[in-house]
Write a protein that binds this ligand. Structure first.
Ligand SMILES: Cc1cc2nc3c(=O)[nH]c(=O)nc-3n(C[C@H](O)[C@H](O)[C@H](O)COP(=O)(O)OP(=O)(O)OC[C@H]3O[C@@H](n4cnc5c(N)ncnc54)[C@H](O)[C@@H]3O)c2cc1C
Length: 393
């Protein structure tokens, strides 16, 4: 229920969400679909931070084991995204191949593929000959790789706004360009006040504030080890479609990843850039762009002589083990955290939305999310749940 006065807007709903990235907006969508009254508050436009500037990769390939149940749930949702929100968001199930040029990486990937098969990922190990045959555009200097046919990519510029439109049609109040300034619990319910003076209250609050999630949690005297990272991207001039799958490859502990979009441009990423939580801005680091460009030409030799036309970076929250913080607050009943996706939360977005709706409305979720326990670092120093992609998308 919403009442609008001359000076302030006041929202009273079942659930309030802070953060209009893919995690928050998908949560609003799934909650509204199940009949909950939802209000969401976003500082800028929905999907304008990490959720809108990412690589768009939808991979299960290479994910840490604790993320696989959620990632597979999300994979099913991506495969029917048109039916869910009435738009394909340029989703393409092109497959994803991780290539290896070192025996130790090949061994790690083989081990990963065995584990992934226990979860039904559909991972397929390929020899160098099979890679040359199936992906002739990849450099011949590879030992082999791991391919997952059910993975793909979507256009991140479209996804979060499209989910927001769908959530609004289901009755959710999605408030943009209105940063939440204060949030507290008054003993009965959560109350927030925004920079523009909007007020809202609800018995449940979702912290989907992305890289700013720990700052929001601090308003409830909770502390989480969230760092900030800035993955950075490059886009090439368009050329006839050649790259048939998303490809990634680790160099010096950091992944290089690339895909070609329908309009012909090649996107590739490898950071890091620099991010600033106070301004909400990220900047690319030129030297790292040049390094990534050199790797791009090395892995995809047909790029030699083509122009790279644009670059950017995005602000992202990173946890020590690169797994997100998802679950109920211990400090206060009714607060649920869902932030810190550490460079690979776009693919998880619809899955997180459905899981949050279950946590709120059913009190439990059917998806295993124990690995995301927000309090896991209270128990151990670090290190569990490492994926082959600790640093990147
Ligand atoms: C360049 C780049 C490439 C990436 N590539 C991939 C990829 O290929 N595949 C993949 O799976 N993931 C990828 N990621 C990661 C993915 O984009 C993120 O994990 C995901 O988008 C996080 O979503 P989110 O909703 O948690 O955060 P965000 O999208 O950051 O949303 C959080 C929102 O909260 C808002 N907010 C914060 N505080 C407040 C407040 N006080 N009041 C109101 N609003 C507030 C912010 O403005 C922001 O819009 C990439 C990230 C980047 C930056």
């Amino acid at each position: 229920m919403k009442s609008v006065t001359a000076m302030t807007r006041v929202f009273e709903t079942d659930v309030m969400i802070i953060g209009g990235g893919i995690a928050g907006v998908c949560s609003a969508y799934y909650l509204a679909r199940r009949g909950a009254r939802v209000s969401l508050f976003e500082r800028g436009a929905v999907g304008a931070q990490a959720s809108g500037v990412n690589f768009g990769g939808l991979r299960t390939n290479g994910r840490a084991e604790p993320e696989l149940p959620l990632s597979l749930r999300a994979r099913n949702q991506w495969q029917k995204i048109d039916a869910l929100v009435g738009d394909s968001c340029e989703t393409e199930i092109t497959g994803h191949v991780e290539i290896c040029d070192r025996p130790d990486h090949m061994a790690a990937v083989e081990q990963w593929a065995v584990m992934a098969e226990r979860h039904g990922v559909g991972a397929q190990m390929l020899t160098s000959t099979e890679i040359a045959r199936r992906f002739p555009w990849i450099s011949t200097k590879v030992l082999g790789g791991c391919y997952v046919a059910g993975d793909g990519a979507a256009n991140p510029r479209l996804v979060t706004p499209v989910f927001a439109i769908a959530a609004r049609k289901l009755g959710a109040d999605i408030v943009e360009y209105d940063a939440v300034r204060t949030a507290h619990h008054d003993g009965t319910c959560f109350r927030i006040e925004t920079e523009a003076g909007t007020k809202a209250r609800a018995p449940t609050l979702i912290n989907a504030a992305g890289a700013w999630g720990a700052r929001l949690a601090a308003q409830f005297s909770e502390s989480f080890p969230l760092d900030v990272m800035a993955p950075q991207m490059v886009v090439s001039e368009p050329f006839p479609r050649l790259v048939t799958s998303t490809v990634d490859y680790p160099v010096n502990g950091r992944f290089f990843y690339a895909r070609q979009i329908g309009r012909g441009n090649l996107l590739f990423g490898r950071g890091p850039g620099r991010a600033d939580l106070d301004t909400g801005r990220a900047k690319y680091v030129p030297q790292n762009l040049f390094d990534a460009s050199r790797i791009a030409v090395d892995v995809l030799p047909f790029l030699r002589g083509r122009n790279f036309i644009r670059s950017w970076a995005g602000v992202e929250g990173k946890s020590p083990d690169s797994l997100p913080f998802v679950g109920r607050s211990r400090a206060i009943d009714g607060l649920i955290h869902a932030f810190g996706f550490s460079g690979h939360g776009f693919q998880l977005g619809p899955g997180i939305g459905e899981v949050i709706a279950e946590l709120v409305l059913d009190g439990r979720t059917s998806t295993q999310i124990e690995g995301f326990d927000p309090y896991r670092f209270d128990r151990r120093a670090d290190g569990a749940g490492k994926s082959t992609h600790a640093q990147t998308a």
